[in-house]
Ligand binder design. Structure first.
Ligand SMILES: Nc1nc2c(ncn2[C@@H]2O[C@H](COP(=O)(O)OP(=O)(O)OP(=O)(O)O)[C@@H](O)[C@H]2O)c(=O)[nH]1
Ligand SMILES: [Mg+2]
Length: 396
């Protein structure tokens, strides 16, 4: 603290003088009257806190960081010197001994923390799979696999309970078959594409779900496998380049292609092209949250009266999004689901649980970006292998 004495003719004058000289934050420490050359004066003793740093000295963040680095460097240097002095077997100084003890303590704390973390992880794991101990090792292995795939605990317990009731001589293979059957018990499958009379199919779904890519894949299947007289129509004139993407592909593959610029256009086009075996209609991707846009899509279905309208649904969505997308697109008159981007899914159980709530059959799986290769008819076998592969090991 900086302290200063002031003499003035009055207390008021003294205070003014004090503030002027040492600033408004000055604190009066004492006052008294005194006589100087027969004149009565007031004496004020005042003080002010001095800043630790003056404005010019205020350290910047950079300075603080540099200081911290410098401290670390010095500590490191000390450590190295200590190592050197120890190796030259000179007795350690008291500073060196202290820093050695501190470093030892720090590494002990770090070690303890990592042990604690491991314990917590194992407690978490055993809590998650706490029921596994009540099953036979093989049922427990399947139970744990189901849980790992995101199947809910109640469903996994139900299935493990059924497996446990099997004869102890049952093979792992028969347990797996039973578990798969139980998991998929309310999932249905259908194959939409057939070369029959007239088959008009519309593809709807959220933005970027894989509609256009899937149509390109299916168009090749129709042409080469079914040898069908096929037409691909793009009703996606809203997205820039929406139609061009398909046009380029179909022209390379030698598949007839048309663009419909309005609902009237589309209705007219479908009428004109009645002689085709299969007409695949691409639509613009629409958010399931936008009611107005979903209504526009329903006009497309009303205009062409398709044999089948398929929802292209990414399998890598969360359970809640899958549920909400299916709910919002269902009023369009859906006949099935193409589960796209299966290759990007970590936990197939989540998808299966979400699909179970809805009664829509799975028609195709798309498994990558390659056209036409990454497309498979949806089957229970494939889905079963995705959730419970033959290769389950019993490490329980
Ligand atoms: N990993 C993976 N990517 C896919 C799959 N199917 C499509 N894609 C990719 O997903 C992206 C979007 O595909 P599109 O076919 O354009 O999707 P869309 O539904 O037509 O999109 P919009 O017309 O914009 O609504 C592209 O990069 C595709 O290559 C798949 O099965 N797996
Ligand atoms: Mg598209």
């Amino acid at each position: 603290m900086k302290i200063k004495k002031f003499l003035a003719s009055s207390l008021k004058a003294g205070i003014e003088k004090m503030k002027e000289e040492i600033g408004p934050d000055a604190v009066i420490l004492s006052t008294r009257t005194t006589t100087v050359n027969d004149v009565e004066l007031v004496e004020i003793v005042a003080g002010i806190e001095e800043p630790i740093f003056s404005d010019e000295q205020q350290p910047t963040i950079g300075d603080l960081v540099r200081q911290s680095f410098e401290r670390e460097r010095q500590e490191q240097e000390q450590l190295e010197n200590k190592g050197a002095s120890l190796s030259s077997s000179s007795p350690p100084s008291s500073i060196e001994t202290t820093s050695h003890v501190q470093i030892n303590e720090q590494s002990k704390i770090t070690e303890d923390l990592s042990i604690l973390k491991k314990h917590l992880a194992s407690i978490e794991q055993s809590m998650k799979y706490r029921h596994a101990a009540s099953f036979s090792p093989r049922s427990a292995a399947i139970y744990m696999k189901l849980m790992g795939q995101g199947i809910g605990e109640n469903e996994a317990l139900r299935i493990a309970g059924i497996l446990s009731a099997m004869k102890s001589s049952s093979s792992m293979d028969s347990l797996l078959q039973l578990a798969r059957k139980e998991i998929l018990n309310s999932i249905t499958f259908s194959k939409p594409l057939e070369k029959k009379g007239k088959n008009i199919i519309t593809f709807v779904g959220p933005t970027g779900s894989g509609k256009t890519t899937t149509i390109a894949k299916l168009a090749v299947v129709c042409k080469i496998v079914f040898q069908a007289n096929i037409l691909v129509v793009s009703a996606d004139t809203i997205k820039v380049g929406g139609a061009e993407q398909l046009q380029t592909f179909t022209s390379i593959a030698g598949i007839p292609f048309q663009t419909a610029y309005s609902i009237q256009d589309l209705r007219q086009l479908v009428k004109q092209e009645q002689f085709r075996d299969i007409i695949l209609i691409d639509t613009v991707g629409r958010s399931h949250k936008n009611t107005e846009h979903l209504e526009e899509l329903s006009h497309i279905n009303d205009a062409v009266n398709p044999n089948s309208s398929l929802l292209v649904l990414p399998a890598n969505y969360s359970a809640a999004t899958i549920d909400s997308v299916i709910q919002r697109f269902t009023p369009l008159g859906l006949n099935g689901i193409i589960l796209s981007k299966i290759d990007e899914v970590d936990q197939m159980g989540i998808v299966i649980e979400a699909l179970k709530k809805h009664q829509l059959p799975l028609t195709y799986f798309t498994t990558g970006q390659k056209v036409p290769g990454d497309l498979e008819p949806a089957t229970a076998e494939m889905l079963s292998q995705l959730i419970l592969p033959d290769s389950i090991t019993i490490d329980y």
